[in-house]
Structure formats: structure tokens, C-alpha cells
Design a protein around this ligand. Structure first.
Ligand code: TYD
Ligand code: MG
Length: 453
């Protein structure tokens, strides 16, 4: 095999250097040199030598090869992927350490019908076996490989011909073609490039686990994100049992979908009715609590919002929000102050979204405002009331998307009143035969008048 030539490039000015140096000789920047391959031997273990070279074809002549999707036993994962795993696709699953990345993919490997190769560079075979015991699913076609050299992994994959390859994790893999340590940018990039070639040429879906660094970027400065077909992010508060799987990029589907899981002692359980778990079941009503009907992807979710407003003891009033955009909270408070005359300028405001979930739907605004005002006046909101509306800068309640679906979900969960934008009434022509009482409102102050009348 011919020797691979590598050279070090400065990422700041592009200067070349045959060796790694801490400071670029050209521009004087520190730590900017990255190793790159400049010539690769043409033969890879998996390359078919008789493969014809590609020629340009007219788009209209390209055969309509409906993307082959394998529906996964894990319905939540299937939906987030856009309806199943596409043959020859590369999926990156990122998340913080300990969130459950290895668990979800091992669970998938055990549930899937067909041969799966689970490569782990992090855990030994015994450790994986222990985890599989914990999950408690029997599977006779799940192969475990404890290996970190991609070339050796490909050799094994070639003989095994699995239906799915899982790699845990990209940061532990290395290729002998590059000298830098596993986990370095150039190693991650060239390993991912080889995995991509493997996936495309053998039509095998590949799933890669990638760790996230403290600042939230996937280690190896996002190099992976644009190379792969799908980027999934597994998130959640480690102290809460709920985990959320989001698609950040998906070449085969929408990125609006989301999957919710619950971490149990025997693996991850899919949560198919999120509203029921996110609403606290209680009888007495406290002030500062309201229920918002939000949409996550195609699915309506009812979420409890808690607010606490108290006089600021120290000079500067505090505003703090968990699971909600702090700047948006600031804006809503300003609207209340300026347009509705509530004096919140000298108050501390704390906002919390129950369940450790982060939501970015503007339809939460109305519920947030109601929670804040309820806590400010120390008046509990009536039970069984739920809100969906965006609040504009002049205090008007604006329409939100998919109102029918939201109303249906609220109705299903036994709510009796639903507050929404008056302007929506005209647009959507809502059907009147609903059990739930629909309350259209145009202004923030109207909401309170309606409620306490
Ligand atoms: P893990 O999949 O190892 O996380 P990652 O690969 O993202 O680093 O899972 C980590 C946590 O999950 C660990 O703290 C233990 C917990 N866990 C359970 O609660 N139940 C289980 O059945 C399993 C397998 C793990
Ligand atoms: Mg792991």
C-alpha cells in the first residue's frame, strides 16, 4: 500500500507545514495547525474495482428509486428520522456524556430484525453484555466488536455484511493513515469520510455516536455535522428521567419532529402520550401556574408553566427562566408593563417549564403571561383552562399554527376552556361542535377580564 501523505495546514491563514508546530510561522496564530491528507491510496478495502465510473445524467432520466426505509421497532426514533432508517445513510447521534446514547442504540440493535454490528471503542464486550442484560431483550443477530481502527472495522464489516452498523463513538475511532491522536479534528474528519464511503457504496445505514463538548458543539468543531445525512440530538436534564430526541438536520425528513423517552432501570421507554406526564395531577390550585398547549413537530403537547413573582429584595430585579427564552420573557414583561399597566419593573420574576423540557413555540406566550399575572396578584387561575396564543408587542394576541389540533388535544385531556386569538376565529373557521368552551381573546387585559369576570 502506498504511503499516505499528510501535511499540516494553518486554519487561520492556510499556510502549509510538513510538521506540527504550536505557532504558525506565517501568521503567528497559536494552535491553528491541523493535519490533512493530501494523497490517499486509491484502493480501499470495500471499493469494488469493477465499479463503472459515474457519468452526468439528465435529472429527468434519473430513476425514481423510492428511498428504501426500514421502519424501526422504536417508533419514536423512526418518526424523528422521518419515517425510518434510509439505506446507505449516515446518522450522527450527539449528546452529553451519560444521557443515554449508547443505551438507545444498543436497544435498537437488540430490537432490530437483521444482523447488526455494534462497534464500541469505549466499552468492553462484557460491559455491553451487562447493559444488554439490563435492557433485557434477547437477540441472536447482534454482533459486538471492540475495536477502534476503522480499517479493521471495515474488514469485519465486509465479511459480516450487517444490515446496520453502529459506532460508539466517533471520538475513539482512528485511521492509521493519519498520525494525530484519536478524537482530533483530522482523525474525526477522515474516519467520518471513510464511514460515509462505506455507507454509500454498500448501502448500509451507519449510525455514529458523537460526544458533545462543554460548549455544546460536537467535539471536532462541527466537522461532522455537514458530512452526515442526519444529525440527531439527545438531550434532557440528567436529573430528570425524560430524554428528548430531536433531529437537527435531516436530508430525508423534517427536523420538526421530536421523540420523548423515559430512562428506566431497564432501558429507555418510549413516551407516546407526553401531555399526560408533563401535567402534574393535583387537586388544589396554586397561583402562578398555567397550562400551555404547544406543538412540537406535528404533535401537540400540553405543558405546565410555573411563575413566581416577588418583590426584589436587592436593588436589581432578577429575571430567570428555565426551559424558556429569557429575552422573550423580558419582552413579555415589558408588554405587560407598558401596554397593560402592571408594575413588574421592581419585581423578581422566575419562570419554570415543568419536566425539564425546553420549548420554543411562540404559542406559549399567552400561558406565560397568565402565569406571571396569576403569581403577581396571588390569584390561582381556574382549573381546566388552557392557553395557546402568541403575544405581540402592542399586547394583542396573535394567531398560532395548527389550532384545531391543539384544541383537540386539550379536549382529549379533559380541559373545559381554551383561550386563543380572536383573529384566529375568522381565519380557520373552527367547528363549533366541540365539548370544550372556546374563548377567543384579542388583548392581554381581556384574558383576565374573561377569566375572573
Ligand atoms: P449511557 O447510554 O451509557 O450514556 P452515554 O452513552 O450517552 O454516555 O447511559 C448512561 C446512564 O443511563 C447511566 O448513568 C445509567 C443510566 N441507565 C439507566 O438508568 N437504565 C438503564 O437501563 C441503562 C442501560 C442505563
Ligand atoms: Mg456511551
Amino acid at each position: 500500500m502506498s504511503k499516505v501523505k499528510t501535511v499540516f495546514y494553518c486554519q487561520s491563514c492556510g499556510a502549509q507545514s510538513p510538521k506540527w508546530v504550536g505557532k504558525c510561522n506565517q501568521c503567528g496564530q497559536w494552535n491553528t495547525l491541523v493535519e490533512e491528507i493530501i494523497s490517499t491510496p486509491k484502493t480501499n478495502a470495500w471499493t469494488d474495482k469493477n465499479k463503472p465510473t459515474n457519468k452526468p445524467v439528465l435529472l429527468q432520466d434519473v430513476a425514481d428509486n423510492n428511498t428504501q426505509r426500514t421502519t424501526l421497532p422504536d417508533a419514536e426514533l423512526s418518526r424523528v428520522l422521518g419515517g425510518g432508517l434510509v439505506a446507505g445513510s449516515i446518522t450522527l447521534l450527539s449528546g452529553e456524556p451519560g444521557i443515554g446514547k449508547s443505551t438507545i442504540l444498543l436497544q435498537l440493535a437488540l430490537q432490530l430484525k437483521g444482523t447488526v454490528l455494534y462497534v464500541s471503542g469505549e466499552e468492553s464486550e462484557q460491559q455491553i453484555k451487562l447493559r444488554a442484560h439490563r435492557i433485557g431483550i434477547e437477540n441472536k443477530a447482534c454482533y459486538i466488536l471492540s475495536e477502534t481502527d476503522v480499517d479493521l472495522i471495515f474488514q469485519q464489516a465486509q465479511t459480516l455484511k450487517p444490515h446496520l452498523v453502529i459506532l460508539d463513538s466517533i471520538q475513539t475511532l482512528f485511521t492509521g493513515k493519519i498520525e494525530s491522536a484519536p478524537g482530533s479534528v483530522s482523525q474525526i474528519r477522515s474516519c467520518a469520510a471513510e464511514l460515509m464511503r462505506y455507507a454509500k457504496e454498500t448501502d448500509t445505514p451507519v449510525m455514529i455516536i458523537g460526544h458533545i463538548t462543554k460548549d455544546g458543539s460536537i467535539a471536532g468543531p462541527k466537522v461532522l455535522e455537514h458530512m452526515v445525512d442526519t444529525v440527531l440530538h439527545f438531550e434532557g436534564d440528567r436529573n430528570h428521567v425524560y430524554r428528548i430526541l430531536r433531529a437537527q438536520k435531516n436530508r430525508f425528513g423534517s427536523t420538526a419532529e421530536l421523540g420523548i423517552y423515559e430512562m428506566l432501570s431497564n432501558g429507555l421507554r418510549q413516551v407516546s402520550n407526553p401531555s399526560e406526564i408533563l401535567l402534574t395531577q393535583r387537586n388544589e390550585q396554586y397561583s402562578g401556574i398555567s397550562i400551555a398547549c404547544t406543538m412540537e413537530g406535528m404533535r401537540p403537547i400540553l405543558i405546565e408553566i410555573q411563575a413566581l413573582v416577588s418583590s426584589a429584595v436587592y436593588g436589581m430585579p432578577q429575571r430567570s427562566a428555565t426551559g424558556f427564552d429569557l429575552r422573550r420573557l423580558g419582552m413579555l414583561l415589558a408588554v405587560l408593563e407598558k401596554r397593560c399597566g402592571f408594575k413588574l419593573g421592581a419585581k423578581d420574576v422566575f419562570l419554570n417549564i415543568a419536566g425539564g423540557i425546553k420549548v420554543e413555540d411562540p404559542a406559549m406566550d399567552l400561558a406565560v403571561i397568565c402565569a406571571v399575572l396569576s403569581s403577581n396578584d396571588d390569584m390561582p387561575l381556574p382549573t381546566k383552562v388552557c392557553f395557546a396564543g402568541e403575544v405581540g408587542l402592542s399586547g394583542e394576541i396573535r394567531p398560532v399554527s395548527r389550532i384545531e389540533q391543539r384544541i383537540k388535544e386539550a379536549e382529549k385531556l379533559g380541559f373545559s376552556r381554551f383561550f386563543f386569538s380572536k383573529y384566529q376565529m375568522k381565519i380557520s373557521g373552527l367547528q363549533k361542535n366541540t365539548q370544550i368552551e372556546l374563548v377567543p381573546v384579542a388583548k392581554v387585559d381581556e384574558v383576565f377580564a374573561q377569566m375572573f369576570g
